[in-house]
Write a protein that binds this ligand. Sequence first.
Ligand SMILES: [Zn+2]
Ligand SMILES: [Zn+2]
Ligand SMILES: [Zn+2]
Length: 332
Amino acid sequence: MNQLRREPLLGRWVAVLENSLRPEEYAYPSATASGPCKICEQGSGAEEIEVVRDSSGNWIAKVVRDSISVFTPHGDLGRKGKGMYDLMNSYGETEMVIESPEHGLAPEDMGRDQMEVIIDLFLRRIRELEKDERIRYVMVHKNCGVPSGDTCGHPHSFITATPVIPMRVKAELDGAKHYYGYKERCIFCDIMREEIRLSERVVMDTGHYLAFCPFSARFPFEFWILPKRHNCSFKEITEEEKKDLATVMTVMLRRLRKVLNNPPYNYVLHTAPSRIPRMEHWHTLGEDFHWHIEVMPRIKRLTGFELGSGMYILSTSPEDASKYLKEVSDGD
Ligand SMILES: [Zn+2]
Ligand SMILES: [Zn+2]
Ligand SMILES: [Zn+2]
């Protein structure tokens, strides 16, 4: 029988089909975007924020200001009410991380050292952007392949600083806080313990990370990467954890590509909000939240039912998805 599953963090129900679709049964455009590349074309035109160079002085990665961002790093927040509605200026910042000078290079083919360079850039930029007291949240995300929002096929990701905590993050923070309120344990640490105990959804278990398909994922072949050491903030990652993360990301993205034949996907990094004390600041944030990465393959269109109900239909069970991801080799 098909199953309804309740997701423990947000309380969201999903429907899991009994007969999982196999990877080859999905139809979607592959992740390779075509057409002119705005990153290659722009060259040095974009305002550079940080450039990483190799020993010969050639750039290998850089952070530039995203000129078409909806956020502007000038002015004030301008919070005001208009009748019953609230509005404010779109204060904030979007930075683009150009992950390589090489057009079309997939992140999983960059090598672990380059992946580490990119993780380092995420870290440094989050630290820098959070210095602005008007910024409440900084989120890293990646679009890969056309349906994901990627239009150019050049390896890049975004770091967006917003003056509000986005709803999805707020829901996670509230869910984690609520769970901690009656169990006095971190829900993510509990989920990890349970996944290790059951092992049916675990894809990789390294010294520092667990990569697994969540019990009630939203998208087929979705997987999460959680650090084993409890920590609410990605900013506090250690050198060793950084190296291991570069490996886990590389290996997991390779596996995803092999299983689904180069699928489009998005990933997001969820970390604690800026911890500059504020009135409604919750004092258990350090204990109740746990940073993580969510990778969401975009291989299926959402139906009206899913949009209207918020109840996702999982056409491949997380158990089967993790089996496919585990069984495939992570070599080239
Ligand atoms: Zn390009
Ligand atoms: Zn935890
Ligand atoms: Zn999350």
